[in-house]
Design a protein. Structure first.
Length: 164
């Protein structure tokens, strides 16, 4: 088993769980925030679609510089739109994963803001922390939004209280 297969064995499961969450985005509540410091639901759900993109960028580049102009993409406004964007980005991530070698996963990937280096870590570490664990963190936030809005929360690691 390769390093990528071993280290990312849970990738399909975690991505499938995130997809389940996006399938339930309540379109009537895209502006909802549970707290003034929280993101609106639409921004949070859109961010969850970013992790496939982040994975592909991590594998196919050596750095990302936030000081450089980023392409502007309008956030979806429907559950189907979030799922479609997520699926497309995940497909790109999986295609990149299929080509990466263990040696390449050990190469340093850098996140910077111009000359300021935010982080510089092996690509495998970036995939596990900044991509997968970060996605799980934001997915958990979305479960709170759903609970407060009365949206049934899907079971992610077994049945949820809404599925019992």
């Amino acid at each position: 088993m390769s390093l990528v297969q071993s280290a990312l064995a849970d990738l399909d499961h975690e991505m499938a769980q995130t997809r389940k969450m996006l399938e339930r985005v309540p379109e009537a509540h895209l502006d909802f925030t549970p707290h003034p410091k929280s993101w609106p639901l639409q921004k949070l759900a859109n961010h969850l679609t970013d992790f496939g993109l982040w994975g592909a960028v991590t594998i196919t580049t050596s750095e990302l510089d936030f000081a450089q102009p980023m392409p502007r993409v309008e956030a979806p406004t429907t559950a189907a739109g979030f799922v479609a964007q997520f699926d497309a980005r995940l497909a790109d991530f999986k295609a990149a994963l299929a080509t990466v070698t263990d040696e390449q996963l050990g190469e340093t990937w850098t996140l910077r803001m111009g000359a300021h280096v935010i982080m510089a870590e092996p690509k495998l570490s970036v995939l596990r922390t900044t991509v997968i664990s970060h996605m799980i963190h934001h997915r958990a936030q979305l479960t709170i939004y759903y609970r407060l809005l009365g949206v049934p929360v899907p079971g992610l690691y077994g049945p949820s209280a809404d599925e019992q």
